[in-house]
Design a protein around this ligand. Sequence first.
Ligand SMILES: Nc1ncnc2c1ncn2[C@@H]1O[C@H](COP(=O)(O)OP(=O)(O)OP(=O)(O)O)[C@@H](O)[C@H]1O
Length: 496
Amino acid sequence: MGKRHHDSTEQRPKKKSKSEKPAKAPKDNENGDEKTTKKTSYSEAPALSKLPQSEIETYMTEKIIKITDPLAGAPKFRPLLSFDYLPECDTALYSQLKAFPAPTPIQSTTWPLLFAGRDVIGIAETGSGKTLGFGLPCLKKLIDSKSSKKPYHPRAVIISPTRELAMQIYDQLVKYAGSEKTTVTCIYGGVGKDEQRHALQKAAIVVATPGRLKDLQNDGSVNLGKVNYLVLDEADRMLDKGFEQDIKDIIQPMPVSRRQTVMFTATWPRSIQNLAATFMNSPVTVTIGGDPSADPRANTRIKQVVEVVDPRDKEGRLIQLLSQSQKGQSPEKVLVFCLYKKEAMRVENLIRNKGFKVAGIHGDLNQSDRFRNLDAFKKGTATVLVATDVAARGLDIPAVMLVINVTFPLTVEDYVHRIGRTGRAGAEGHAITMFTETDKGLSGGLINVLKAAKQDVPEDLLKFGTTVKKKQHDSYGAFYKDIGTDKAATKITFDD
Ligand SMILES: Nc1ncnc2c1ncn2[C@@H]1O[C@H](COP(=O)(O)OP(=O)(O)OP(=O)(O)O)[C@@H](O)[C@H]1O
């Protein structure tokens, strides 16, 4: 890290003229027409244009920002180093931003591109504010193009892999949406459909998990033909085998030429990059913190410890770790990851029997229990949460001090997301991972993640080998398996 990542496409021209003009949307790939349906423009704030170029370059270098734009002649925009440089908007959209000192690098760099109507792939570490990265331009686009026609057909769709993450994104949008909040809705499986059907009648922005959205689309409850802003959050997960077809079906009525497509994630494996390109129109790729396709990048503020253990010693070691973190008047919040649902239930019971305040979240619980248990952990009534990978991505739970991986996930990308539940928004974090001989196929990938984040690599781990297998698992990003650890896995289940 620390290396400067600049390529020729990100050099801002010395003249200010380009950025002062409203940006035209790029030509449509398919027929050469202007994408008039996007009707988006962006003018750089004069005060931002006046900043010396050296200040911009220092920022780009320090934050390790790389911008790759396949359209050579497209306007280049300066990052919004301060909220003061945001373009004017017709409401109190920006008022809540006062809580933060400045835009995070992924926000400062992708916002101008998104305001200008470009398709964007945004890759930045866990906990770096990606939700507002795609959320603020989404709200601005809605506010700017406000039509008086009712009822609405949705103008924006944000797709998330899990119900809890969909709710979290929805909550964030509502917080910023002000008077528009009634037009934001959240659609996910595991609960009744009628209320969702009703909400869809006036929804302008739909945050959804794919299965339920597809269901409601198929039965005619929602028409997505007017959607012009599509977000795949956790994009690499959304493009993996479990979701790819659902996504294709959902976006079928919104052609790539008429929609702005946005993909955000912390991990961007090479294996899905070609597929992603087929969903997008000349996307600009913004990466913060180094090349993510080489090896997944963990947040560098997380102290990662890997302990190579005998599988029989795992539970004893877990209880030892919890005993240390849960003592005293204010026990730390600890997130414990298991791979299997049955394993999670067993571990939760074990922890409860030892007298710790524990809750669980996995796919065998009904949705209200899932929400209730997550809430208990957020509020601190439970200070230990035992989870499967359903909680690995995106969840922004305040003050998680420690992540313990009892069983290693199926991929190193999932490892990066799991440990990313700590150390968020600039905080420090700590992750302890139990690694056994069974996981040795992933040792090479894990070693690279540790090295890239300048973490210690234990000798015992090196013994398992440093080779990185190209294809790590058939179901990249799987959430959980619904059988016990004693049998070979047979079924992977996804959220709907
Ligand atoms: N500009 C900002 N400055 C400081 N904190 C911010 C800023 N923008 C967002 N945050 C806060 O940072 C936290 C993490 O943001 P968010 O959940 O969007 O991260 P993320 O990058 O999507 O993470 P993940 O990869 O795990 O999904 C949130 O609590 C959010 O409120």
